[in-house]
Design a protein around this ligand. Sequence first.
Ligand SMILES: [Ca+2]
Ligand SMILES: [Ca+2]
Ligand SMILES: [Ca+2]
Ligand SMILES: [Ca+2]
Length: 321
Amino acid sequence: MLVKKTSGTYLFVLVTIALLAGPASAFEQYSQNKDTTNCRECHGDFRAASYTGPNGMNWGVNLHDLHRSTMLSDDCNTCHTGSSRFPVLLASSNGGTGFAKIGCTGCHGRSQDSGSVGLRQHHYRNGVTVCEDCHGDANPANFAPVAENLPPQYYFTPDGAHPNKPTNPCNVPAGSENFAGPATALDNDGDNLYDGNDPDCATTPTPTATATQVTPTSTPTATATATGTLGPATASPTGTASATTTPTGSPTATGTSFACAGDCDEDKKVAINELIVGVNIALGSAGLNDCPSFDTSGNTKVDINELVKAVNNALNSCPKS
Ligand SMILES: [Ca+2]
Ligand SMILES: [Ca+2]
Ligand SMILES: [Ca+2]
Ligand SMILES: [Ca+2]
């Protein structure tokens, strides 16, 4: 293993500590043990009779009932796992009727981002910077989430099993994302601008990827261009692929999408040898080309928070997307 002295030792120790620490102390569940830890430290008991938000506003409703009854028509498995009601994991569940098994992130995140980045940046912009200790993408300087108007995965419509679930991140028509509390709903992309007040909502929702094929007229060359918001890169990644083919061929376009930090071979797993590649890129003894998926911020370097993210992916499996 190619680890240089000084900073290399530091990185190796860091990776080792992260491996040993494991997810036990992480915010991957609403509370550690039904106590004032993780999300519950600031958002309180999810089942409290009357929810008071972190900034002191009382919603006059029970957050548990607002979610499970009002929005989800009592589909408990949307958030709950196994036969027990505890713990409640943030990104995994048994899966409600017709829903992917991704729990809270089904509404509090978008599949084009790696997990609930907008939610974390909303915290960051409201002075809660603790998320950045473990999620580099919590800092808006490190990651650009997709726009407010792109719907979370559970917002598809129509749905007979949950006729009152949220459907539109711009809250159009009114009441399609907002059900209680302040007149606003969710700041899906974490820029502190909500729903219709976010300029992203002035445009009609854009498809996540478009492909145009220029049909060749006389020469047997076809070009395909794909643009879209694919994966956690800062800039909007634009991939271009050209294929030389017969006029009847349908060339496929490939954009660069790194859904899982550290997953060099894109098998949806991060193996130890892949982590070592990341450490070597960070140290300069390997090039970013050896595994571009480490550079989730797109700054052409591998930073420590990106290594930590990869370690987390190795421990907890890649984010579902
Ligand atoms: Ca925005
Ligand atoms: Ca509201
Ligand atoms: Ca917003
Ligand atoms: Ca919204």
